[in-house]
Design a protein around this ligand. Structure first.
Ligand code: NAD
Length: 344
């Protein structure tokens, strides 16, 4: 690919597409060649907002891909459209970066991963939290075993989010559309993979969603780690950050984190006494650089990987394990029992 620009078609020009177009238009290696949305006015609005002249605007992604022959697709469609749009793009020889969640079922996700592998194309997922410096700092701290091997991890996500749109009617809205971020963070932060889950999912009284705005799930992870998730998308007041509140317990100490800059860790130093003495540990977060976190970092890495043949951190072949946590939790809630988590 050398110095040539990567030609990109954006499919789905709704709410999140701004978070893609802002960084993409700052990248010298990207040419936005087309904007597609089944709602033509959504594609036109984005073209106007970002002053994109001479780009293809349309409602049919198949037509756009055949006509433009892009190197890559930025897939910002709603979850149920990820499968058909991604499969078509892969078959036409495009690399695909798709919004989370990878797919709306495990069967579809597996087919997408297989298709990408068959065509030797990159299929990666916007799991943007992995590209935030605070999260990277905590991951580095934990992987250095400063509080020893992890045994127990808890996270809490409480945000009263009034989106309107597709989420209001979506089944398992918290687990499918949001918990995927937190579950993927749990894998990233602990360096472990899911083994089994017990989940209780419900829609609390007063919820403005149709289905599943709250869930509690207990995961067994590899390495004997137990990870507990508590979440709600309809809890008004005292919201957590989007990354959530976390507690990490290791064999030699504990840490708490608010998902942003507030982090506290204590390592045990005493050898006697009812409660052993501890000392405070410091964390150093990587320097925050402008235009480098979240979608910026991921989009840049995706383009770099197309050019160099490397693989991004959020390859679908790995991200499918985070998706398996979502569908495992849904299955457990349905059966009202603990289930094994599988992705192969
Ligand atoms: N990474 C994040 O932090 C983050 C944040 C918000 C949303 N998202 C994800 O982004 C995706 C889109 O969410 P949104 O909030 O932008 O939704 P949205 O409804 O605002 O936009 C989605 C757009 O896709 C279009 N679309 C649907 N099917 C299509 C098809 N077959 N061809 C062309 N266009 C099609 C719709 O018309 C709509 O304009 C979802 O998967 C969501 O989970 C991710």
């Amino acid at each position: 690919m050398g110095n040539s620009k990567i030609k990109v078609v954006v499919i789905g020009c709704g709410g999140i597409s701004r978070a893609w177009l802002i960084p993409a238009l700052k990248e010298k290696d990207i040419e936005i060649a087309g904007l597609v949305d089944i709602r033509r006015n959504a594609a036109e609005e984005k073209a106007n907002e970002f002053k994109l002249k001479n780009v293809f605007i349309g409602t049919e992604y198949r037509e756009a891909i055949k006509k433009i022959k892009p190197d890559a697709i930025f897939n910002c469609t709603t979850p149920e459209a990820h499968y058909e749009t991604t499969m078509f793009a892969l078959k036409y020889g495009c690399h695909v970066l798709v919004e989370k969640p990878l797919a709306d079922s495990m069967k579809r996700a597996k087919e997408m991963v297989e298709e990408a592998e068959k065509r030797s194309k990159i299929l990666a997922v916007i799991q943007n939290r992995r590209y935030y410096n605070y999260i990277r700092g905590v991951q580095k701290f934990l992987s250095a075993k400063k509080i020893g091997n992890l045994t127990t991890v808890n996270s809490e996500f409480y945000i009263g989010a009034h989106f309107g749109g597709f989420r209001d009617q979506m089944e398992h809205v918290l687990l499918v559309d949001m918990a995927i971020h937190t579950f993927d963070m749990a894998r990233f932060l602990t360096g472990s993979d899911p083994v089994s889950v017990y989940c209780h999912e419900w829609n609390p009284h007063g919820s403005w969603y149709t289905h599943g705005a709250s869930a509690h799930a207990i995961f067994e992870m590899t390495g004997g780690i137990v990870y507990t998730y508590l979440g709600s998308w309809c809890s008004e007041g005292i919201n957590t950050t989007w990354a959530g509140n976390w507690r990490f317990i290791g064999e030699k100490g504990s840490a708490i984190w608010n998902g942003m800059e507030k982090f506290e860790a204590q390592k045990v130093t005493g050898r006697t006494g009812f409660i052993r003495k501890t000392r405070q540990l410091k964390i150093s977060f990587p320097e925050r650089k402008e235009n480098s976190e979240g979608h910026y970092g991921l989009i840049r890495e995706f383009i770099h990987c197309i050019k160099t043949g490397n693989k991004p951190m959020t390859m679908a072949s790995d991200n499918i394990k985070s998706l398996a946590m979502v569908f495992g939790a849904i299955e457990s809630a349905r059966l009202k029992k603990q289930v094994k988590i599988k992705w192969e």
